[in-house]
Design a protein around this ligand. Structure first.
Ligand SMILES: [Zn+2]
Ligand SMILES: [Zn+2]
Length: 570
């Protein structure tokens, strides 16, 4: 981020006030909602019957420029509730906010006759807002609730310099091109339907990507002593009382009635795994016990926050639970970190940030247990020689955790993996193992997810590689382009040989010009095109075009197969 973070927030929040002033001057009938600074910019909500058109935005920007050039002071003023109510008598949304403020003294910021109810801080004058731009308009319910009126939200951004603004606009354009919702449609990977809002539908090509991710994930887990389990998607209400989800997570859960009993659709897999643990008596020799589950979980999210694959209501969590003794924590954490890094490297994610969150105010478990766990986490990270940040007091109430944030090629940061120690769940389910002293002991439980949600991860991958998947993930790896009808038979024959080797191959047998077929295969970002005509057929060769490198010339089919097999094992 450019400059000091709080300076930037102040700048953007002040730009939001300038936006609101411009809108009230141009459209006096408009009622004001709220206008905060947000990541990368700001917005302001307006109640107006018609939406704002691109022309309106241009007009508003022009007026904003005028307000900025006038360079009027932005003045903070403290007012009583009665004064505030009088000042905003025509602003029903502001009155609603005023009624909710408990403090008897309210603050108002004024510039050039325009006043806004606001805690601040703000710049000293409108002239200090320099490089700004309005970006888009979208409908937004007042306070995010469908029961409230729909307002018009204008998004904008502001930067300290016009160079920083220009760079941001370029990045935004690039991000738009890479938007996974757009590419998902163009590449025929997935769709959403009003019959299942927030529930992704995976098309054959998207499903191939999911399955390849899962296959790689499974192999690495098997190699590291994990055993995969599968627990039911629907479990009775009593289980969720016992796990604590009923108390803390009910709002996000779906319920169904079966034979007059209430059941819940699982929002996470842990409680089911607890029942597997308890099924047989465990001894210290059984530990560490590593149970992995690709659980299909459902979580209720408000319709307003759903966003492509990034925010869905059903997803596959790459979950695993490690049950161990307290003195195994450090070693197990090191092994989990190694696995996390191995998986990220497969996707080329080498730039990650790690955060350790420690003991919060409200917590369960003795100080001694927290001490042991936190020092084990510190020691594990230090043993790996990994730099990490500490978030004091930010751990979950049931244990400390380590989070992994990954940077993509656009330099955006994504929280993917998490390793959480849990002292609560083994307690609630009364888990035990028999120690070498012959007595019963409580095991430590480690929850961990590496990719988080597979659905979201595919969304991140799409934007990271702009839809040009690496060979191993590409839904179609090779496409055969016969030059004329008479070459289709040879193309099919080569495709058959490649498929027998396990490659995913299409044949474009349409009666179209080769140039047209090449352009289309390029749009679909297929890693290899094999063009075959008379010369290739006679020589038993294929003319190879590689996605990144272009024309590689003709080569015998066997050589091509050897090359791609090599590429896959790299
Ligand atoms: Zn303000
Ligand atoms: Zn868990």
């Amino acid at each position: 981020m450019e400059g000091n973070g709080s300076d930037l927030l102040t700048l953007r929040h002040s730009a939001a006030h300038v936006l609101a002033q411009a809108v009230t001057e141009l459209y006096p009938e408009v009622k004001l909602g709220i206008g905060p600074a947000i990541e990368d910019g700001y917005y302001y909500d307006f109640d107006r019957r018609e939406g704002f058109t691109p022309d309106d935005l241009e007009k508003i920007e022009e007026r904003m420029r005028k307000i900025i050039t006038a360079n009027r002071p932005i003045v903070r003023r403290e007012v009583t509730r009665a004064e505030a109510e009088k000042l905003f008598a025509d602003e029903p949304y502001k009155l609603e906010l005023i009624a909710e403020i408990e403090d008897p003294v309210l603050t108002v910021y004024e510039q050039d006759g325009f006043a806004d109810l606001c805690r601040g801080p703000h710049l000293a004058s409108t002239g200090q807002v320099k490089a700004f731009k309005l970006l888009s308009v979208a409908g937004a319910y007042w306070r995010g609730s469908e029961k409230n009126p729909m307002l018009q939200r204008i998004y904008g951004t502001a930067f300290p310099t016009s160079q920083a603004l220009d760079e941001y606009i370029v990045r935004l354009e690039e991000a738009r091109k890479r938007d996974h919702r757009k590419l998902g449609k163009e590449l025929d990977l997935f769709s959403f339907h009003e019959e299942g809002p927030g529930f992704p539908f995976w098309h054959p090509k998207g499903n191939i990507i999911l399955n390849e991710i899962i296959e790689h994930w499974r192999r690495l887990h098997r190699e590291r002593g994990y055993q995969e389990v599968k627990t039911p998607m629907i479990l009775n209400e009593a289980l969720w009382h016992r796990s604590g989800h009923w108390d803390t997570y009910r709002e996000n859960m779906y319920f169904v009635d079966i034979d007059e009993h209430t059941f819940a659709v699982k929002p996470m897999s842990c409680p089911g795994v607890m029942l597997i643990y308890k099924e047989a008596l465990k001894s210290y020799r059984d530990l560490p016990l590593k149970l992995a589950e690709l659980g299909h979980v459902h979580r209720h999210e408000k319709s307003g926050v759903l966003h492509g694959l990034f925010r869905v209501r059903a997803f596959t969590q790459d979950d695993a639970h490690v049950f161990c003794t307290p003195d195994q924590i450090q070693e197990e954490i090191i092994k989990v970190i190694d696995l996390v890094i191995a998986i990220y490297e497969k996707y080329g994610f080498k730039d990650y940030r790690i955060e350790l969150s420690t003991k919060p105010e409200k917590r369960i478990g003795s100080d001694e247990v927290w001490e042991t766990a936190e020092s084990a986490l510190h020691a594990a990270l230090k043993a790996k020689g990994i730099e990490y940040a500490v978030n004091p007091g930010e751990g979950a109430f049931y244990g400390p955790k380590i989070d992994f944030h990954v940077r993509d090629t656009m330099r955006r940061s994504w929280q993917l993996g998490t390793i959480q120690l849990d002292f609560a769940m083994p307690e609630r389910f009364d888990l035990e193992y028999i120690g070498d002293d012959g007595k019963g002991h409580r095991p430590v439980m480690i929850h961990r997810a590496i990719l988080g949600s597979l659905e979201r991860f595919v969304g991140i991958l799409i934007e990271d590689c702009a839809g040009a998947f690496p060979l191993w993930l590409a839904p179609v790896q090779i496409i055969m382009l016969p030059i004329a009808d008479r070459h289709v038979k040879y193309a099919e024959e080569v495709a058959g040989r490649l498929r027998a080797k396990g490659f995913r191959v299409d044949v474009d047998a349409r009666n179209e010009k080769t140039g047209f077929k090449i352009r289309e295969a390029q749009m679909l970002k297929i890693p290899y095109m094999l063009i075959v005509g008379d010369r290739e057929e006679e020589a038993g060769k294929v003319a190879v075009r590689k996605r990144e490198e272009g024309d590689l010339g003709a080569m015998p089919v066997d050589d091509f197969i050897a090359n791609v097999e090599n590429e896959l094992t790299d």
